[in-house]
Design a protein around this ligand. Sequence first.
Ligand code: NAD
Length: 300
Amino acid sequence: MTRVGFVGLGNMGGPMAANLVSGGCEVKVFDLLPELINGVAGASGCASAAEAAQDVDVFVSMLPAGRHVRGLYVGDGDNPGLLSIMSPDTLIIDCSTIDPDSARAVAEAAAAQGIAMIDAPVSGGTAGAQNGTLTFIVGGEPAAFERAQAVLNIMGGNIFHAGGAGAGQVAKICNNMMLAILMTGTAEALSLGVDNGLDPAVLSEIMKVSSGGNWALNVYNPYPGVMPDVPSSRGYEGGFLVDLMRKDLGLALQTAQSTESAIPMGSLAQNLYEVHRQVNDAGRLDFSSIQWLFKPELKG
Ligand code: NAD
């Protein structure tokens, strides 16, 4: 039986840890919020991250940002990180979405202790975490990628190896920046069509099979009433939050600055999402609600 330590039991980590339990792993869990520790049925609750990292084959983390991941593994000042106490036999899988520089720095620090580590950010949201259908985008050594397969397969379906340490983060950031650009462009085009008397459903059908077709338009239409079973048809509730898209666009900008890459479209999308959050108080709405920025009257 694979022994797994799991730290970070929030919206994503809680259901992921629960799936590892039902997938037959022996799971030890920890979160800074004590109430979450008892929420994973069948797992053993721990009093600290260090306890969860002892005597395990695989250690998984699902934390908010790079500073949390650095703090957990490398530590700071008086607080030594987990790397100083972990066994070199343990494989670390960090599933958090963080800046690639932090991912590389922590992987290097782990390698210096003889510990293998991969970055494995996910796509698929909370539904994917609950249903065990997440996509994992992995950065790290091929041997570590192979060792992670069995555990990742319990929590998800598609598993990609993007390259060396940090590559999983870079691939995820590029994808989500592209998604934000496609969504804002789609909302803008639909708004222009409606302003000029077109039915958004008719315009969508035309663009879907024309050169403007794209994922945001084809399967996640942002205009209310055009497509059933998407957030735009239920007041933009559920789905992928504007606040999470803002976080990922911030990571894209940070990454672009460190490599001196020009990302004018990503920067513009970030600006639009910032304005949207403030003007429409939209942080907790699905990211397709950017439609409101172009058509404020839809807000009702
Ligand atoms: P969350 O805020 O719900 O959960 C994070 C958890 O980490 C919290 O419970 C917090 O108490 C815990 N934590 C923070 N520092 C800790 C520490 N040092 N030790 C132990 N526990 C600690 O966040 P989430 O929505 O579960 O997202 C987690 C990660 O997954 C983020 O990086 C996010 O960008 C990414 N992600 C989220 C989604 C989504 O739809 N929610 C989708 C894809 C990726």
